[in-house]
Design a protein around this ligand. Structure first.
Ligand code: DCP
Ligand code: MG
Ligand code: MG
Length: 359
C-alpha cells in the first residue's frame, strides 16, 4: 500500500470533488476462496463453461504469475499444471456484489459501474479521501472477508488509473498537482477506454507511453484514430475526463472481427465467439455502456457473407446474456465453412441505475 504523503500543496481547507474507485481484487476467485479457505495461497482460476469447452473469467495473482489470464481458453489454461479450475457460480458472485454495493452506499454518492467496481463521490481533501478509503478497505475485509483496491483522484478516469496502481490490495492517490508528471511514464494502454485495438495502432506509431503522444504529429493520430478518438486521447493524456463533457455522446456500435486460422464449421466457432463477446462486453463495461442488439457476421470460404442480428428487450453488458444471443445467431448461420467471424453490439446507451437491474 502506498503511503499517503501530505505534500506541500496539502491544505486542510481544500474542498474538492473527489472520486474513489473501489474495485474488488480477482473478484470471482476471491469469492471462491472466501468460502473455501483451503484455496488460499494456491493458483486458482474461475471459468465459464461453453459446452465441453470454456474460457477463463478471472484468476488470482498466483495463477496470473503462471500465465493464466482472463479470456484464455480453458483447454489452453488446463495445460498449465497445478492450477485449480472452478466453474463459475454467478449467483453467488452477484449476491456478494449486491451485498458489497448496498454496504458501500453508506460511504457517499455511489455509482456502480460493473459487478465488482464503483465510484464513490465525495467532497473534501485528499487526506479525508484517503482515510475514507482505509476505512472502506478495512470494512470490506471485516464484513465480507474480501480484498479490494481503491484509486483516489479528481475525476473518474484518473481514479480508475489510480486504482490500477493500487492493485492488488492497496490504495493509491493521484492529486491534480501531480497528475501531469505522473502520467508521462504511464503506458497508453492503461488510459480509460483505450483498448487493445487502439493500443496496437498507437504502438505502430511509436507511442507506448503517454509522453510519446506529445511528440508525434497530431494530424497523423487523427488520420489513424479519427477526430473524436484523438481528441479524447489528448484529454486523457492531460489527465482530463473526456467523458464528462460528452455524457450523451456514445458510439453507435462496437464490433470486432477475426480471420480464423483455418476454415471452421459453425459448431466449431462458439468458443471464439465467446471470447469476442467477452472482450466486447469488457469494452462496454469500461465505457460504462450497455447494449441491446447483437450482430454476428460470417464470411464463408466462398467469400459470400451473412449478417444476423437480434435485439433483446432490455439493455445489458453482461457477457453471459450477450453470449446467449450470439449463440442463437451462430445457429442461424448457413452450414458452410467459415473463414472470418465478426461480433458487434449496437443500440448502445449509458448504464443507468435502471439498466443495472438487469445485470
Ligand atoms: N468479468 C466478467 N465479464 C467481463 C470482464 C470481467 O464477468 N467482461 C468478471 C470476472 C472478474 C470480475 O468480472 O472477476 C471483475 O472484473 P475485473 O476486471 O475487476 O477483474 P478481477 O476483479 O477479476 O481482477 P482485478 O484484481 O484485476 O480487478
Ligand atoms: Mg476487480
Ligand atoms: Mg472491475
Amino acid at each position: 500500500m502506498n503511503e499517503f504523503v501530505s505534500g506541500a500543496d496539502y491544505n486542510i481547507k481544500e474542498n474538492y470533488n473527489l472520486f474513489l474507485l473501489v474495485d474488488m481484487d480477482y473478484f470471482y476467485v476471491a469469492c471462491e476462496i472466501r468460502r473455501n479457505k483451503s484455496l488460499e495461497g494456491k493458483p486458482v482460476a474461475v471459468f465459464h463453461a461453453v459446452g465441453e469447452r470454456g474460457a477463463i473469467l478471472t484468476s488470482n495473482y498466483e495463477a496470473r504469475k503462471m500465465g493464466i489470464k482472463s479470456g484464455m481458453s480453458l483447454s489452453k489454461a488446463r495445460s498449465v499444471p497445478g492450477v485449480i479450475f472452478i466453474n463459475a457460480d454467478m449467483d453467488y458472485y452477484l449476491k456478494t456484489s449486491n451485498e458489497i454495493f448496498s454496504f458501500l452506499k453508506g460511504f457517499g454518492e455511489l455509482e456502480q459501474v460493473s459487478v465488482d467496481e464503483g465510484f464513490i463521490l465525495i467532497k473534501g481533501n485528499y487526506e479525508k479521501a484517503y482515510e475514507l478509503a482505509e476505512s472502506i478497505k478495512q470494512n470490506i475485509k471485516e464484513k465480507f472477508d474480501l480484498p479490494c483496491s481503491i484509486g483516489i483522484s479528481y475525476n473518474r478516469v484518473m481514479a480508475k488509473l489510480a486504482c490500477e496502481f493500487a492493485k492488488p490490495n492497496g490504495i493509491f492517490v493521484i492529486r491534480r498537482s501531480e497528475a501531469q508528471e505522473f502520467l508521462k511514464d504511464v503506458e497508453v494502454s492503461k488510459l480509460y477506454g483505450v483498448g487493445e485495438k487502439t493500443t496496437k495502432i498507437l504502438n505502430s506509431l511509436g507511442v507506448y507511453k503517454v509522453k510519446d503522444l506529445f511528440s508525434i504529429d497530431p494530424s497523423l493520430l487523427r488520420s489513424k484514430l479519427g477526430d473524436k478518438a484523438s481528441s479524447y486521447l489528448f484529454l486523457l493524456a492531460k489527465g482530463e475526463d473526456p467523458y464528462k463533457y460528452n455524457k450523451e455522446e456514445i458510439p453507435k456500435s462496437i464490433s470486432t472481427i477475426n480471420t480464423l486460422e483455418k476454415d471452421l464449421d459453425k459448431e466449431e466457432i462458439l468458443e471464439i465467439v465467446f471470447s469476442m463477446v467477452y472482450e466486447l462486453s469488457s469494452e462496454l463495461q469500461t465505457n460504462n455502456l450497455v447494449s441491446k442488439t447483437v450482430t454476428v457476421r460470417a464470411v464463408y470460404e466462398d467469400f459470400d457473407n451473412q449478417s444476423v442480428s437480434f435485439s433483446l428487450n432490455f439493455y445489458t453488458n453482461d457477457y453471459k446474456k450477450l453470449f446467449e444471443v450470439a449463440k442463437q445467431l451462430v445457429n442461424k448461420l448457413d452450414n458452410k465453412k467459415i473463414r472470418k467471424i465478426g461480433v458487434g453490439f449496437s443500440n448502445l446507451k449509458k448504464l443507468t441505475e435502471e439498466s443495472l437491474k438487469n445485470y
